[in-house]
Structures are given as structure tokens and as C-alpha cells.
Design a protein around this ligand. Structure first.
Ligand SMILES: Nc1ncnc2c1ncn2[C@@H]1O[C@H](COP(=O)(O)OP(=O)(O)OP(=O)(O)O)[C@@H](O)[C@H]1O
Length: 265
């Protein structure tokens, strides 16, 4: 069963996941995951700690192999298709004492585009300039990474992912440790990038997610895709298995009324 686009609103399929199972030490962390991601989708993936969100990204990136199931990226195997993915991991551990400039970090995104030991080409520099401009940091290109704020650094890592010229961006908790205002600016940036790139974003910040993404997937070992960005109390209970306020502290005003909630009212 395909988990999304049952309305047939999009055409080109970017990622297809079918009957995917991942097991660590006899414990199934991902159970029969089915998901179709289409061009320019912007999917927020929410779920409890340990629900398998990062594991899902790792399988899509080919960092771990599933026990069962199939993944296609632009119709290709993970091995061939992952070059179309730009990845922004959960916590970027850069030693800020290391003397590296913003442009040098972003240029790392071009490493996979060159032959070993080949110097950077003019085209690499043009891409670095373009993506720094896209994230609003062109004037910071020669500054040391350590001089930037947390929000600006996150933009640098997004620019590094964009420098790979991806069709898909995977972001794992991009606003972790950022305050609300900086997070909002980052979500605005992602909204702009979504005009030309498909986005899958893991977040615990479910009230923000519902404001910015197009659709939501709830993952707690099993995946439930919702063809809407409206979060209902039923979705939260289904995913977190408990009452909403106890588990995720989401203000009631962010919860859309589910059809059954309305019927029961
Ligand atoms: N390499 C591993 N070996 C064994 N168990 C693992 C491994 N990686 C993850 N796990 C376990 O798999 C489960 C899912 O982990 P995962 O990191 O995918 O969850 P998550 O939803 O991303 O969690 P969080 O929101 O806390 O980041 C957890 O119980 C975790 O302990």
C-alpha cells in the first residue's frame, strides 16, 4: 500500500519506499514502511524519541541496509540515487577552534563532484557563490565559521548540502537549539528552497512543523502518512501513544479537529 498522494495531486515520484523493515539486534525499528515522495513535496516527519526517524534517513542515504523492502530514488537504487540527496545531519560537530571559513565549509559539498585530487573548478566556485546567496550568507563567505551565530551556522550546513546540487534535502532536526525567531527564519528559508527542491524534515517541533510543511508523516516504528499539514489529537495519540500534553507539550490551539473528534463533540 502506498502511504501518500492518494489524491494523485503530484506526478513525478522522487522516492519510493515499499515494505521496508529495519532491525537492530532482533528489534524491529522500522516496520513495513511504505512512502512515496513526489517532486516538491515538503514532508515533516514527527514521532517520539527512538521512533526510527533517523534510521529512516540512514536507510534512504544507504548508510544502513534494510532487512526487507525496497527503496528507489528517482527510479534508481539507493547506491546510484543517493547522489541526488543533500543531507543536513542532526548535530553538526565542527570543532569551532578549527580555522575554517564559511566558503570552505560549503565547498565541501562539491567534493563528490570531482575526481580524487582534482582541484576545484570555476563551476564549483560558481555553485558555492550561488548557494551562499540563496541562504543569505554571501557577504559572510570569508568569515570564520566560529564567528557565526547558531542560526547562521545552520544556514552554512544547508548551503553545504545545496552545493551538492540535490533534488532532495533531508534535514534532521534543523532547528534544534535555535530560538523561536531564528527557527522561523530558517523555516522561511526552507519554504523558499522548496520551490526547487523536495524536502523531508525530521522535527520534534510539531507546532512549527504544522505551520510550515505541506504534509506530515508520523513515525513510531510504523509510519502514518497524512496528506495534510494539520495535526490532530488522534494523530498524536496514534504516534506517541499517550495524551498530547504529557508527551509533546503541543498547545491545544495547534491541533486540528479530526472528523471523529467533531463527531464525538
Ligand atoms: N546502531 C544501532 N544499533 C542498535 N540500536 C540502534 C542503533 N541505532 C539506533 N538504534 C535504536 O533504534 C531505535 C530508533 O533510533 P533512531 O535514532 O532511528 O530514532 P529517532 O526517532 O531518530 O530518535 P530521536 O528522536 O531520539 O533522534 C532506538 O531505540 C535506538 O536506540
Amino acid at each position: 500500500m502506498s502511504e501518500n498522494h492518494q489524491n494523485g495531486s503530484h506526478s513525478s515520484e522522487i522516492i519510493q519506499i515499499k515494505n521496508l523493515w529495519v532491525t537492530y539486534e532482533k528489534e524491529s525499528v522500522l516496520q513495513d514502511i511504505n512512502l512515496t515522495v513526489c517532486d516538491r513535496d515538503y514532508i515533516g516527519i514527527i514521532g517520539p524519541n527512538g521512533g526510527g526517524k533517523s534510521t529512516l534517513f540512514k536507510v534512504v542515504l544507504g548508510l544502513i541496509s534494510p532487512q526487507q523492502g525496497e527503496i528507489k530514488i528517482l527510479g534508481k537504487s539507493v547506491e546510484k540515487g543517493r547522489r541526488f540527496i543533500g543531507y543536513v545531519p542532526q548535530i553538526m560537530q565542527f570543532d569551532l577552534a578549527f580555522p575554517i571559513t564559511v566558503a570552505e565549509v560549503v565547498r565541501m559539498g562539491r567534493l563528490g563532484k570531482r575526481k580524487l585530487l582534482q582541484p576545484y573548478q570555476k563551476r564549483d566556485e560558481a555553485v558555492v557563490k550561488r548557494v551562499l546567496d540563496q541562504v543569505g550568507l554571501l557577504q559572510w563567505r570569508d568569515r570564520a565559521l566560529s564567528e557565526l551565530s547558531g542560526g547562521q551556522r545552520q544556514r552554512v550546513y544547508i548551503a553545504r548540502a545545496l552545493a551538492t546540487e540535490p533534488k532532495i534535502l533531508l534535514l534532521d532536526e534543523p532547528t534544534a537549539n535555535l530560538d523561536q525567531e531564528v527557527s522561523s527564519t530558517l523555516y522561511e528559508l526552507l519554504h523558499q528552497l522548496n520551490e526547487f527542491v523536495t524536502i523531508l524534515m525530521i522535527s520534534h517541533d510539531i507546532s512549527a512543523v504544522s505551520s510550515y510543511v505541506k504534509t506530515i508523516s508520523c513515525l513510531n516504528r510504523k509510519l502514518h502518512y497524512h496528506n495534510s499539514n494539520q495535526i490532530t489529537s488522534q494523530m498524536i495519540k496514534q504516534t506517541y501513544g499517550n495524551t498530547v500534553q504529557q508527551v509533546v507539550h503541543v498547545p491545544q490551539r495547534f491541533l486540528a479537529q479530526h472528523q471523529e473528534d467533531n463527531n464525538n463533540a
